[in-house]
Design a binder for this molecule. Structure first.
Ligand SMILES: O=C(O)CCC(=O)C(=O)O
Length: 288
């Protein structure tokens, strides 16, 4: 039976219907899923009531998994391949470190020299309303730029910082951001990346970019803001409304995403992510 897909938006995304990711899957069937992943940028699997072991096992089909050495605070205590994105307080009652993860446009692990190929986020608990995630097609973002702009940005490198996030509570957020920057020095990434598998060019920016290498922050800011604003125009974006047991897989090489904080923070939102390692990209810079 051919793989059943339902497109999620004009720009990107498809739901894979009638597949249980915890069941044994042939190479042929996984090959079809992987081709759909390359074609659509994000894939949604609904109703996946699976164990953490099954989440990790299915993720490994996409490639070697990150053990999240760069984000030690957010790792699951028993499963280093799983990263927590949760507002459930810690066992000692202190607020979770990861409760504001992803509240800015980004592509996972862009602040390292091996940025992620893809991520698989599983939804456990979602607030009554809100807590959606936005995804943008960075292929469309690049392809719709003028020839002049494409020429201007062709050789630019953006300096990506870890731990730059919009935070409601400055106290815990600042300590965390400082620790993350100690572990992850700034990394310059090409502003235009060629997708290693599809060969298509994609814009590679986001809100972690502080400036362009060789330019001041003041000089860089207007162009960074322009590119981020252009990339996240509504016509390039899919907004995902989560249900418990959704698994969403995204290709970090041609999409970026942002978790929205538009929900009642007294309600629980608990997600768990695996991160597939990508190919080397970018270089460390001494000074951001
Ligand atoms: O919680 C979400 O919706 C997205 C989390 C996120 O941005 C990430 O895992 O990189």
């Amino acid at each position: 039976m051919p793989l059943k897909l339902r497109r999620l938006s004009h720009a990107l995304g498809a739901e894979v219907c009638e597949v249980d990711v915890s069941r044994p899957m042939s190479e042929t069937r996984f090959g079809e899923i992987y081709q759909a992943f390359l074609a659509h940028g994000i894939l949604l699997f609904r109703n996946q009531d699976i164990t953490r072991e099954q989440h990790v096992e299915f993720s490994r089909r996409f490639g070697e998994l990150d053990r999240h050495e760069a984000l030690p605070r957010d790792r699951h205590p028993k499963y280093p391949e799983i990263l927590l994105v949760t507002n459930e307080p810690n066992p000692d009652g202190t607020p979770s470190d990861s409760r504001y993860t992803g509240r800015q446009w980004h592509s996972d692990m862009s602040f390292t020299t091996s940025p992620s190929l893809g991520s698989l986020l599983r939804c456990f608990t979602i607030p009554e309303v809100g807590g959606d995630t936005l995804f943008a097609s960075m292929y469309l973002a690049y392809e719709t730029l003028s020839d002049g702009m494409k020429k201007l940005i062709a050789d630019l490198h953006g300096i990506h910082l870890s731990g730059t996030r919009k935070i409601a509570n400055a106290t815990t957020g600042i300590a965390r951001a400082e620790e993350q920057r100690r572990i992850n020095p700034p990394v310059a990434q090409p502003v235009v990346r060629v997708h290693p598998e599809t060969g298509r060019k994609a814009l590679y920016v986001g809100e972690k970019v502080k400036r362009f290498d060789g330019m001041t922050e003041e000089e860089s800011r207007p162009l960074i803001d322009y590119l981020n604003g252009h990339a996240t125009r509504p016509e390039f974006v899919y907004r995902h409304q989560w249900r418990a047991n959704d698994i969403l897989v995204w290709d970090n090489r041609c999409t970026m995403h942002q978790a929205l904080g538009d929900f009642d923070e007294s309600q629980r939102r608990h997600m768990e992510r695996t991160t597939v390692l990508g190919t080397p990209s970018g270089y460390v810079v001494a000074d951001a």
